[in-house]
Ligand binder design. Structure first.
Ligand code: SAM
Length: 245
């Protein structure tokens, strides 16, 4: 029966397209793509003769309606984004919601995702993680969000673009102080690098070589230590006592 297939695509290395993803993209009559020009060459390379329809953040409602129409006509649709898993810091959630609301089937395929790829090589020992994705681009809002995450006990996972990586890492250092930062850059690509250091040294490391500021980034910060609350309470108490209160 007709279904919406949610299909992750490679982050930079075509060999990471799963066999199942390849099969689905070859077989479906329709591919809903974030950027049809970007995805066209990949589909062609796979020998897919699917017709494409655009599904990006500015037309998701309309795209969703078109996709539901196709499904109700009995035609399968694959949903892809430019890279990685649709719906993860990418458009897709609205389409999926509309398809499910219309009573049509949604079939998710496992596959590439920058967050899980980066975490798997982070060496962070936190048992849990919180995926945040992109922080606000404005400094004030960004610091406010980070302040809100300061006592969070899970490893924190952020996505960042190259032109903001310095200011974001500076803010991470200000808010999270002594913790460990792991920088996953250009994962699965030619210049992949994974660097781990205390947050206090991260900015100098990035500035040490302009190449370290290029490409795509996943920033991971270890979670607040379990005793952070006690430490903070003690610190506040000492300050109050020192003030003679
Ligand atoms: N949907 C994608 C996923 O499943 O990971 C994420 C799309 S989001 C628009 C793009 C961001 O993902 C980049 O700014 C970067 O933070 C991260 N990213 C994507 N590819 C990456 C790569 N090869 N290496 C490191 N980070 C990457």
């Amino acid at each position: 029966s007709a279904a919406l297939y949610v299909v992750p695509t490679p982050l930079g290395n075509m060999a990471d397209l799963t066999r199942r993803a390849e099969e689905v993209l070859r077989r479906v009559p329709w591919v809903a793509a974030e950027d049809t020009r970007h995805s066209g060459p990949m589909l062609k390379q796979l020998g897919s003769s699917a017709r494409t329809l655009p599904a990006h953040q500015h037309n998701e409602h309309e795209a969703a309606a078109r996709i539901v129409e196709r499904l109700q006509a009995g035609e399968a649709v694959a949903l892809i984004s430019d890279a990685g898993t649709p719906g993860i810091s990418d458009p897709g959630a609205r389409v999926v919601a509309a398809v499910r609301a219309a009573g049509c089937k949604v079939v998710p395929l496992p596959g590439p995702c920058a967050a899980t790829t980066a975490l798997s090589a982070s060496g962070l020992l936190d048992e849990h993680f919180l995926f945040y994705g992109f922080l606000p681009s404005k400094g004030g809002q960004r610091r406010q969000v980070l302040e809100g995450l300061r006592e969070h006990p899970y490893a924190l996972v952020f996505y960042e673009a190259p032109h903001r990586v310095l200011e974001t890492v500076a803010d991470l250092a200000t808010v999270f102080g002594e913790r460990t930062l792991v920088i996953g850059r250009e994962l699965t690509k030619m210049f992949e690098s994974i660097h781990s250091c205390p947050l206090g040294e991260a900015l100098d490391w990035l500035k040490g070589d302009p190449n370290r500021q290029r490409g795509e980034f996943v920033l991971m910060v270890s979670g607040a230590p379990a005793d952070a609350d006690d430490g903070e309470g003690e610190r506040v108490l000492k300050l109050l006592l020192a003030d003679g209160l």
